[in-house]
Ligand binder design. Structure first.
Ligand SMILES: Nc1ncnc2c1ncn2[C@@H]1O[C@H](COP(=O)(O)OP(=O)(O)OP(=O)(O)O)[C@@H](O)[C@H]1O
Length: 250
């Protein structure tokens, strides 16, 4: 069974048809990159998987979005539970105005966790998993704002990991970072896919080819081509895809 699947997914912002009949399957423990020119629907598609589009007025969604085989738009689905299972990391690092420790502990506390040693263990584990531990272990009580942008983004990844998701959505997670921090995030994605299923939106073709197993090319709300990243980048089936990945437009 696919970890994530959409069947004829459509999304309208009012009159505007932003996603058109998108059918796609993503396997567990893989990284899927969503690529395409600005405004083609990549972020909208990503946000289907944790129901972030629900927060926007006038959105109409049809078709099915399945996570672990369950229709996440079904009547009995708890959006809170869904967002525990499907974590998200945004383009700009967005730590809370709290200490490094409390940023990572936040989701656990919100979910009612009271066991102090469990929280401590989880915070340490998440910071190690996000490759930040060595840089912050001696200043856990300092403000998260004292970290560099790249460190803040790894902190946000740690925050997402702390509540034990199985899917991580990343919307251009490195676009605000310098090359060194970007390389760290890319290394991290490689590590994380052993345990998580990752879907990443990126404008950076090199990044898509470096980090992903599968690539989906979107254009004007449609899924143009989807396949193994090596195939998409070395012998795409469609001229349209080739033109995009070789930088002829977009
Ligand atoms: N809240 C909204 N209300 C109305 N239209 C929206 C909204 N969000 C996005 N859109 C429109 O839907 C289309 C797809 O937007 P989306 O952000 O998903 O594209 P994208 O491919 O992620 O773009 P980018 O690469 O620039 O982030 C765009 O035409 C955008 O203007």
């Amino acid at each position: 069974m696919a970890k994530i699947e959409t069947i004829d997914a459509n999304l309208n912002y009012g009159e505007f048809h932003a996603l058109k009949n998108i059918s796609m399957q993503m396997e567990e423990n893989t990284v899927t990159a969503l690529i395409g020119p600005s405004g083609c629907g990549k972020s909208t598609y990503l946000r289907l998987f944790n129901r972030m589009n629900d927060l926007i007025d006038n959105v109409k969604i049809s078709g099915q979005v399945l996570v672990d085989g369950e229709d996440i738009y079904g009547k009995n689905v708890s959006v809170d539970d869904l967002r525990i299972k499907v974590g998200m990391v945004f383009q700009k690092p967005n730590p809370f105005p709290k200490s490094i420790f409390e940023n990572v502990a936040y989701g656990l506390r919100v979910n009612g966790e009271r066991n102090k040693s469990f929280i401590e263990d989880k915070v340490v584990q998440s910071l190690k998993q996000s490759a930040l531990w060595d840089e912050v272990s001696d200043k856990l009580n300092k403000s998260a704002f004292e970290l560099s942008g790249g460190q803040q983004q790894r902190l946000c990844i740690a925050r997402a990991l702390a509540i034990s998701p199985s899917v991580i959505l990343m919307d251009e997670p490195a676009s605000a970072l310098d090359p060194l921090s970007t390389a760290k995030i890319e290394d991290l994605i490689h590590e994380l896919k052993k345990q998580y299923t990752i879907v990443i939106v990126t404008h950076n073709m090199q990044q898509a080819s470096r980090v992903s197993d599968y690539t989906a090319f979107f254009y004007l709300g449609e899924l143009v081509e989807y396949g193994a990243t090596v195939e998409i980048f070395t012998k795409p089936k469609l001229k349209h895809t080739e033109n995009y990945i070789t930088g002829r437009f977009g």
